[in-house]
Ligand binder design. Structure first.
Ligand SMILES: [Zn+2]
Length: 401
């Protein structure tokens, strides 16, 4: 997933996707905002002007401050803390117009302050954390052994403590069964995807790659940029954006697992079938080299039987091979179950419009990194994950193999 503003090409794609969705009669878009807006601390004067501008812009709206326990107190733009005012300004001027929730760090003279801004009917709800608040740090030691995932690999870039700690925080959010999906899938540190410098506006933080048995999760430099713009979770313990980026890729690993395992089984079986063919051919050649007078009838019968069995097995193998290859291109059982639950509801983020797979990965990333946000946005989807339906859909498909 992209961490920064989508590229022009991606925006065009999103617009096309949006048009397609409208023609299908989709519910009005309600997004968790992923647009990151770089900004500076406001001067006193700029703050006073911003309060006045917002009062004009939002004159029929009411404002609530919410504390960590969810208790709300009515407030006004004049009475609001500066970071609240700036968070509202970012949400209403630079944020996604269809967003109903955003988690942003607001830059103030005192540092960056995590603020959640939510939209409800004609009301704005703000939850303001403390300056420089940080989420769990994570431990970079023995990730593979502790979590049973990976291995960790490096392709040009090195695994720093920071990168390992981010992976630890993201893995700790998963259930045991979800982590098991990642066993044997290398997590690869790389500077940037092929053809990207990694510092452009479309820099990607992480990516699941795998159209066959050999899946990989790449973790790119863009996931570790120092600039604090967005977070996930609660402002009291804000999670770095890269945690959601990583969990998003784990989501792809989950919905793609049934198809991947199908291909792995085929890959495993292919050499056995080939070996049987070679051995049969060798036996037939040996038989043919025997002078016709001394050929054994028993051997000829035995060869015929082996050949018949092998032909049957090879036909069945080719059938399974075709289905396995088709399954890789199809949505698969996990996305089918998810599609039924999300129905015509708005996908969780604008990026999630791209495909059902991206919608699933975005929903899953929120479920693990910001469950309260998913529960507010898509309560049925929240319930889908909370009840383990995604794992049941994956498991049922595995039993069928
Ligand atoms: Zn994705």
């Amino acid at each position: 997933m992209t961490i920064h503003r989508p590229s022009a090409a991606a925006l065009r794609l999103l617009r096309l996707a949006a048009i397609a969705t409208i023609s299908l009669g989709c519910a009005h878009a309600r997004y968790y905002d992923t647009i990151s807006v770089s900004h500076r601390a406001m001067s006193r004067d700029a703050m006073a002007t911003t309060r006045t501008k917002l009062e004009e812009r939002l004159k029929s709206e009411v404002f609530w401050l919410e504390n960590a326990e969810g208790v709300r107190t009515r407030t006004t733009l004049q009475g609001m803390a500066p970071e609240g005012v700036q968070a509202l300004w970012l949400a209403t001027t630079a944020g996604d117009p269809d967003a109903v929730e955003a988690d942003r760090f607001v830059h103030t003279g005192a540092g960056h302050v995590p603020v959640t801004v939510r939209r409800e009917e004609a009301a704005w709800i703000l939850r303001i954390g403390v300056a420089q608040a940080t989420g769990p740090r994570g431990s970079g030691a023995n990730l593979v052994e502790r979590w049973g995932i990976g291995p960790l690999e490096a392709d040009g870039a090195t695994w720093t403590d920071e990168a390992r700690e981010a992976v630890d925080v993201s893995l700790a959010l998963l259930s045991v069964a979800e982590r098991r999906v990642l066993a044997g899938i290398p997590i690869v540190r790389k500077h940037a995807p092929a053809g990207e410098t990694g510092d452009g506006a479309k820099a990607v933080g992480a990516r699941y790659s795998g159209r066959n048995c050999d899946a990989r999760i790449f973790v790119f430099d863009a996931a570790f940029r120092g600039e604090h713009t967005n977070f996930a979770g609660e402002p009291e313990a804000p999670l770095h954006d890269n945690v959601r980026a990583l969990v998003h890729e784990y989501g792809h690993a989950i919905h793609k697992r049934p198809a991947r395992i199908g291909i792995c089984l085929i890959d495993e079986e292919l050499p056995r079938i080939q070996e049987r063919k070679r051995s049969l051919n060798a036996r037939v050649s040996a038989f043919n080299r025997t002078p016709s007078g001394s050929r054994s009838r028993a051997e000829s019968d035995a060869i015929a039987q082996v050949r018949d069995t092998l032909e049957r097995d090879a036909a069945s193998f080719e059938q399974r091979q075709r289905s396995a290859v088709e399954a890789v291109g199809a949505d698969g059982p996990v996305l089918a179950a998810y599609a039924e639950v999300i129905g015509n509801d708005s996908p969780p983020t604008r990026y999630a419009q791209v495909s059902l797979g991206e919608s699933f990965a975005e929903s899953f990333s929120l479920f693990r990194a910001d469950p309260a946000a998913l529960q507010r946005l898509l309560p049925k989807v929240y319930e889908f994950f909370a009840s383990g339906a995604h794992l049941r859909a994956m498991g049922a498909a595995l039993e069928g193999n």
